[in-house]
Write a protein that binds this ligand. Sequence first.
Ligand code: ADP
Ligand code: MG
Length: 246
Amino acid sequence: MATARPAVEVAGLHKSYGGLDVLKGVDLSVAAGEVVCVIGPSGSGKSTLLRCVNLLEEPTSGVVLVDGVRLNHPDTDLDAARRRMGMVFQMFNLFPHLTVLGNVTIAQRRVLKRDRAEAERVGRDCLARVGVEDKADAYPAQLSGGQQQRVAIARALAMNPSVMLFDEPTSALDPELVGEVLTVIRDLGTDGMTMLVVTHEMAFARDVADRVVFMDAGVIVEEGLPSQVIDDPRHERTRTFLHRVL
Ligand code: ADP
Ligand code: MG
């Protein structure tokens, strides 16, 4: 489980867009092997936090370290830093003109320079891990939303990330397809993957998270064990939010 150096460390993170302060000083660390779920109302800054961690946004101020490497620093090799992180969004964003196997091999080949045989071996392994190995030759449009999202997870895993970031990975899915995706994410956590998961699925957070973080209005209001934050929140804002979603 947890080792000494955090896999992800965020300190004093601020992010503003024009005059709008979206993140107002976020401190968060995720230990290697830890699963942290981030919950909170829409607009509270959860996606912005993930986007600052995975370098889609530059922090206005503060520090973000992944595997001890400071991301927002001029000397950092951003491409190398990005490779440490696998990102899964609400929308799967698979390439529609590529097969499933093509989707899980293209970045391995272009970014990691793996040859075709190696990329396909790794790709098939990752597809098997998420239970869609039989769909390798299908096109995304031929898959259900749940299968597409599992392919998106396999695509991220194929890059051997040290951290997986998920931003509401089941929010775009029909309700009957949510479970299969959550099961895959849960299994990754059981296998020791370090994960930061933004989710509205409280039952999932309660079961899978080592720690739950509640965000509201650009700050972390409280964090702790799922049983504490979800079942016995200390703050009124957390209680109000949970009352609405549970
Ligand atoms: P959440 O994921 O918790 O719903 P977000 O991080 O997406 O919240 O957004 C937090 C706030 O930041 C919202 O008020 C949103 O409108 C604003 N915001 C997010 N991205 C941008 C952007 N690129 N430009 C301006 N405002 C943004
Ligand atoms: Mg969001």
